[in-house]
Design a protein around this ligand. Structure first.
Ligand SMILES: *Cc1c(COP(=O)(O)O)cnc(C)c1O
Length: 437
């Protein structure tokens, strides 16, 4: 690019910025913003700086990917929809009193999601920690600053079914809590009667929606009934379990005292945000333990951008119906399936895992003896292409998490694809299966 076109492009985007800034100022009734923006542009901006923002992925040499995997944290999970992104951008322009924002955001979300109280957290894992801190305090009447060091010997147990133990147990341990593991209903009743439990944790995806409890022996209803006989609050981890949209109020409605959702998964809020929903007496304690106080949550800071982003994500989710959301994902599945149609030995099917990641996924089954390529070679080819495509990690694996894959099956997660990427994924899979890549 020559110098003159570069500066032309620069002044063009500056003009665009002023148009945007003046319309924003008009909307906010804040005329001074325009003059301060002018000062900023003349005194601080370098001649070629563009207000559209620098592409730091390009500058840092970090390749962007097409996410045909799903809401995986290591793949940075969801991208925010334009409405949410615009709300975040607007919020970033003005400081506010953080406490006011946390309170008002919590009240608004609680109203929209039909529960008593809500906290915007740093993610579902952060929500589990704040839930634990709240329940420990509720059970022990502790000061915030006494956790975790003074909790030993107090009511510090969280009761969990053996089949519900998972990597997020650490989110509870860091508050000083310890886990009492139970298998049978009798174990559970004994653990509740022991009198040293502050909370129970239920891993939602460990139980099927039909109430079949998998390898766990105690279902949701019975779990709640027994704990509540002993007045022990129950936390439910439903991090990845939206859609269905109604899950956002179903579990609090059932009687779970606290429920955690991830903000950066199906809700498509900021990746470092989540929700803790539930009884106000407990969500108030969670707020009290949250940043910027001196509690457990101090290191789980949620900035104004994430708080507003999460509120906007709730609004975004609620503009959808179950049918519109799933129908859009199904269209992407159908488009990719049609792209691989007619390739010898290839068969496609749609699967919707029953609980976590409850959205249409495409399975592409093939016979490597016919196609002449293996699953591993296809995964590599897609990864090395530009743009680099990541398939769902259940690709080539045994059946897992409700996805009946096998060694010769590609699993395509479509719900995190950006507009137009379904067509790219379809073409690339076709090329890989026919060795044209
Ligand atoms: C993803 C997930 C979490 C963590 O969610 P973050 O928002 O990334 O903190 C916790 N529990 C379960 C079951 C999850 O799937």
């Amino acid at each position: 690019m020559s110098v003159s076109t570069e500066s032309q492009a620069g002044s063009l985007s500056r003009r665009r910025f002023f148009r945007w800034a003046s319309s924003l100022a008009a909307a906010l009734g804040a005329a001074p913003l325009v003059s301060s923006a002018k000062t900023l542009s003349s005194s601080m901006a370098s001649p070629s700086a563009s207000f559209d923002g620098e592409d730091y992925y390009a500058k840092l040499g970090v390749p962007t990917i097409v996410n045909a995997a799903g809401t995986y944290t290591t793949l940075t999970a969801a991208c925010m929809p334009p409405e949410v992104l615009a709300a975040v951008q607007k919020a970033a322009l003005h400081p506010v009193r953080l406490h006011d924002l946390q309170q008002k955001a919590g009240e608004y979300i609680a109203r929209r999601l039909k529960c008593e109280g809500a906290v915007v957290t740093s993610g579902a894992s952060g929500a589990i920690s704040l839930a634990t801190a709240a329940c420990l305090q509720y059970a022990n009447n502790l000061n915030i600053v006494d956790m975790p060091q003074a909790i030993d010997g107090m009511k510090n147990q969280v009761i969990v079914q053996q089949a519900h133990r998972y990597e997020y147990d650490r989110a509870m341990y860091l508050c000083g809590a310890r886990v009492t593991e139970v298998v049978t209903l009798d174990d559970y009743k004994r653990a509740c009667a022991a009198g040293n439990a502050a909370m129970t944790n239920f891993f939602n995806a460990a139980e099927d929606e039909d109430g079949i409890a998998g390898s766990a022996q105690i279902g949701r209803e019975e779990w709640l009934r027994v704990a509540h006989e002993y007045k022990i609050p129950c936390h439910l981890d439903a991090a990845a379990d939206m859609p269905p949209i109604s899950n956002l109020w179903k579990y609090t409605g059932m009687g779970f005292d606290l429920v955690a959702f991830s903000g950066g998964k199906g809700m498509r809020g900021p990746q470092n945000a989540g929700l803790l929903l539930g009884r106000k007496i407990l969500t108030d304690l969670a707020h009290a333990n949250n940043n910027p106080g001196d509690g457990i949550g101090r290191g789980m800071k949620v900035a104004k951008e994430q708080i507003v982003g999460m509120v906007a994500a709730v609004d975004w989710v609620l503009t959808h119906t179950e049918e519109s959301m799933q129908g859009d994902y199904q269209k992407r599945v159908d488009l990719i399936a049609s792209a691989v149609k007619g390739i010898p030995s290839v068969r496609t099917e749609t699967v919707v895992p029953r609980i976590a990641n409850h959205v249409p996924h495409l399975l592409v089954r093939f016979d490597p003896a016919v196609t002449g390529v293996t699953t591993g070679q296809i995964v590599d080819a897609l990864r090395k292409a530009t743009p680099s495509i990541e398939l769902n990690p259940n690709t080539g694996q045994k059946p897992n998490q409700g996805i009946p894959a096998d060694a010769n099956t590609l699993v395509v997660g479509v719900w995190m694809l950006q507009p137009g990427e379904d067509a790219i994924v379809g073409q690339r899979i076709r090329a890989a299966l026919t060795k044209k890549s």
